[in-house]
Ligand binder design. Structure first.
Ligand code: HEC
Length: 176
């Protein structure tokens, strides 16, 4: 089998290609990308989305927006900032019963901000047990329709803002 090999002239051009290739925005829906990270970056080894007890890490079911007890005796409400901090610096605030120290490795440098947003969307969605297939059934992940309901796929030429969906107070953000 013959394959095509592209040789970039210098390291900068190669780095640029690498960055473009790993930028999923506009190609994959945020929630689907969150699911890919969940499975491929090993979150699934310690976190479940079913609520089953006994995992190495806390379940992601029904966590977003709810009160989390902390190992130091305090509490907090799980929001976007907490998800981000937990991913970058797991020792900062430790979920009661899971340390200290937290066995979770830091993913600092492993994710861009928009990657973390995709994970957060997944985390949010598990709070309401909304399955992606339900959104997809209505909107069509591959559709570029500008009619209502709008397609999820980004239409680069479109000036129309991406859909923002509301499900009983749950906001599913859509990245452009
Ligand atoms: C080796 C096991 C392990 C892996 C792998 C792991 N985590 Fe964790 N995670 C934990 C543990 C244990 C906690 C609870 C202790 C703490 O607060 O740090 C936690 C806490 C969290 C929290 C805070 C949630 C809460 O209920 O307090 C988030 C968000 C999170 N992890 C995201 C991720 C993401 C995203 C990945 C994959 C990129 C991941 N984790 C991979 C073990 C893990």
């Amino acid at each position: 089998m013959l394959s095509k090999c592209v040789v970039e002239p210098d390291m900068n051009t190669f780095q640029k290609w690498l960055e473009d290739a790993s930028d999923w925005r506009g190609k994959v829906a945020p929630i689907a990308q969150g699911q890919i990270f969940y499975n491929q970056r090993g979150c699934v080894a310690c976190h479940n989305t079913t609520g089953a007890p006994g995992g190495t890490g806390p379940t992601w079911k029904d966590m977003f927006g709810n009160t989390i007890p902390l190992a130091d005796g305090g509490t907090l409400v799980a929001d976007e900032a907490y998800v981000k901090e937990s991913i970058l610096d797991p020792q900062a605030k430790i979920h009661k019963g899971f340390g200290p120290p937290s066995p979770m490795p830091s993913f600092k440098g492993a994710f861009k901000d928009y990657d973390i947003e995709a994970i957060t969307v997944l985390y949010e969605v598990n709070q309401r047990q909304l399955s992606w297939t339900r959104c997809e059934a209505v909107h069509g992940a591959r559709s570029q329709s500008r009619q209502s309901p709008p397609g999820m796929r980004r239409n680069a030429a479109s000036k129309v803002s991406r859909p923002r969906l509301m499900f009983g107070g749950l906001k599913i953000r859509s990245l452009s």
